[in-house]
Design a protein around this ligand. Structure first.
Ligand code: SF4
Length: 295
């Protein structure tokens, strides 16, 4: 097909193969999520990688595996860099962004918002394709942020504001959002979080439930103990349902362009939750890398 980029060629080939029910295909997926490493500069208390007793070694994709993935980049239309890691500190960040840009791909990044150097700003502001950035906060103020994410809330807020301002001339090709993992101790911050999103002028907010199946206790940066099971939705079902509705109404009234909320817990499921203590982890991963670009 003439005048098409390799990624467009691949996508149309995939559609053609699907329409013709081909069992063996030449196309590759036009959307790819890559978790390049398991390295992060945060130690969020609910992050599975930082649970007590975890001793999985640090590693990253490299060698032939990484070279093979890089070779796919020109054929991919939508590339996301998620995982239990922080992509913005990846030592190959700028090279990867450049390759994605040359391919004309949409680049999706989920980040903890801690990195905002002039070099990062320049690379992302000049990114030639569509860009999606989701900042994981889980809090509308500094206290809970420090408790859960162990970092300086105001510094992250300043970084987000800097990104938003820098992207002013490319907002038609940029989607910016915040994400929030709902826990017992931050459920009352769900509604103020909508106001924060409006103040920061991002496009939307995504809320996720904490995964119900995990169970560990870990000390927090403010000196208390984070109890995973006690923070899970089944420990505060009524309040959870109530705050979902209040948040939905606030987002509607304030005119937030995009809102993603998990489902309420229905009465029947509530009874089941109370009857069983067995893990029932059906929810989205609790970490900030679970989101993606809507639309
Ligand atoms: S939840 Fe995300 S930011 Fe927090 S430690 Fe895990 S990977 Fe890092």
């Amino acid at each position: 097909m003439a005048n098409l980029r390799p990624s467009e060629n691949n996508k149309y080939r995939a559609l053609w193969e699907f329409a013709h029910r081909r069992a063996a295909v030449d196309s590759i997926p036009s959307m790819l999520n890559i978790a390049r490493s398991n390295t992060c500069n945060f130690k969020c208390v609910y992050c599975p990688d930082h649970r007590v007793g975890n001793n999985i070694a640090r590693h990253e994709l490299r060698g032939t595996t990484w070279d093979n993935l890089l070779a796919l980049v020109p054929r991919i239309e939508w590339l996301a860099f998620h995982g239990i890691s922080e992509f913005m500190i990846d030592r190959n960040f700028f090279d990867i962004v450049r390759r994605c840009g040359e391919a004309g791909s949409t680049l999706a990044i989920n980040t903890n918002g801690s990195v905002c150097t002039p070099k990062h700003l320049e690379a992302l502001t000049a990114y030639p394709g569509r860009l999606s950035m989701i900042f994981s906060l889980d809090a509308a103020g500094p206290e809970f942020f420090l408790r859960i994410r162990g970092w300086d809330f105001w510094r992250v807020i300043r970084n987000i504001r800097t990104y938003v301002e820098s992207f002013e001339n490319r907002r038609d090709r940029t989607w910016l959002g915040l994400s929030f993992v709902i826990m017992k101790s931050n459920v009352k911050e769900m509604l103020p979080f909508v106001f924060l999103a409006k103040a920061l002028k991002v496009d939307g907010v995504k809320y996720y439930r904490l995964c119900d199946g995990n169970d560990w206790r870990i000390s927090t940066e403010i000196g208390d103990t984070f109890d995973y099971r006690g923070e899970s939705t089944d420990a505060f079902v009524d309040e959870y349902n109530q705050e979902l509705e209040r948040t939905r109404r606030a987002a509607e009234i304030l005119g937030l362009s995009y809102l993603e909320l998990p489902a309420p817990v229905l009465e029947k499921a509530k009874e089941q939750l109370q009857e069983t203590a067995e893990p029932s982890c059906q929810e989205v991963s609790p970490d900030h890398h679970a989101g993606s670009m809507p639309g």
